[in-house]
Design a protein around this ligand. Structure first.
Ligand SMILES: *Cc1c(COP(=O)(O)O)cnc(C)c1O
Length: 339
């Protein structure tokens, strides 16, 4: 398959700090699928292994690879208080011999004591990350700027900082990890019936855009539906479309994904990022009690809740569907008093 080879060659231009345990398993959900009237499978990216796993390991291989290439001695990252990206970045920085500074944003109103101290925050502390706070959670540009200002001060003090930003004005390096994941998925399923749909969480959109891009770039037409975990459907669709174009630019390609090919669903998002709802509680219970599989309140629980709503509406009836698990389970312990 020469198209796969071409994409692999392009990816080799980017330094990578290898940490993920891949390929991750792809397996049937034999109880939940029939419950929902469909043929349901899961891609276990919660099992990427490193530091409790999840999708951020694949993404960070490229950021930490670049940080190493620049001979950085400290990684700076910003995110929500219970961010899995932040926890995984701190762990990867440590693994590759760097320090880490994390900036935790007030993104979830009414945060409880557990939310502020347990789950990922506990892990950030154990990793020895230095921690600062940022008072707003919905201003990516300001959060990134605060991080850059801190990096400037560190540089003046003789450090070699590497900044991982959230905003969309920086190249989507993390999405490259999901292009690799798309190649992995295509190889893993080459001898099987195609899936009618892949369902995956869509937040910063590195996962959604990278996966969609990778599949289309090798001629795989499997529909990908992003379940919104951060913002409503219209904004998220625009975000994914923009990131897809950014990947084109980064790889020197053009028009790899049509805008019409970007599918999103926000029926399980309310009341907003990091806030539980009854559909999500139900999805977390169903996955645990029917499959012995743990989902988290902020991301994968909402994705499964979205999948269940779509199944109940009849739009997935009888279909062969892949739920792409993206990890996040440490977040469960921050919500223990709400579950
Ligand atoms: C970050 C995260 C997502 C969303 O991935 P993006 O690449 O930011 O869109 C989904 N699930 C989990 C568990 C995450 O930590």
């Amino acid at each position: 398959m020469p198209r796969t080879d071409g994409l692999k060659t392009k990816l080799e231009d980017f330094p990578r700090a290898v940490a993920a345990h891949v390929p991750t398993p792809l397996e049937p959900l034999r109880n939940l699928g029939p419950d929902l009237g469909l043929s349901l499978f899961v891609k276990r990216d919660d099992c990427t292994g490193f530091a409790f796993g999840g999708n951020k390991v694949r993404q960070l291989e490229y950021y930490i690879g670049e940080a190493q290439n620049e001979r950085a001695d400290i990684v700076l990252i910003t995110g929500a208080i219970q961010s899995n990206f932040v926890r995984t970045a701190a762990a990867m920085a440590r693994r590759f011999g760097m320090d880490c500074h994390v900036q935790l944003e007030e993104r979830v109103s009414g945060a409880t004591e557990l939310y502020r101290t347990n789950g990922n925050v506990l892990l950030d502390r154990l990793l020895g990350a230095t921690i600062s706070t940022f008072p707003v959670g919905e201003d990516e540009a300001a959060a990134d700027k605060a991080l850059y200002d801190r990096a400037d001060r560190m540089r003046e003090a003789g450090r070699r900082p590497y900044v991982i930003t959230l905003g969309t004005d920086h190249p989507p390096l993390g999405a490259l990890g999901y292009i690799r994941a798309a190649l992995e998925f295509a190889e893993q399923t080459a001898d099987e019936d195609p899936f009618d749909e892949i369902i995956v969480g869509s937040g910063s959109a590195s996962t959604h855009s990278g996966l969609l891009f990778g599949l289309r770039a090798i001629g795989n037409a499997t529909p990908v539906r992003g379940i919104c975990v951060r913002r409503g459907a219209a904004l998220q669709k625009a975000r994914v479309e923009g990131r897809v174009r950014d990947i084109d630019a980064l790889l020197g390609m053009a028009g790899t994904v049509d805008d019409g090919d970007v599918r999103v669903f926000d029926g399980s998002l309310a009341p907003g990022y990091g806030k539980l709802n009854d559909d999500t509680r139900r999805a977390i219970s169903a996955a645990a009690q029917r499959e012995g599989m743990f989902l988290d309140p902020t991301y994968t629980g909402k994705v499964m809740a979205g999948l269940m709503l779509l199944a109940e509406s009849g739009s997935l009836a009888g279909k062969r569907v892949l739920f792409w698990h993206t990890g996040g389970q440490p977040g469960l312990f921050a919500y223990a008093d709400q579950l």
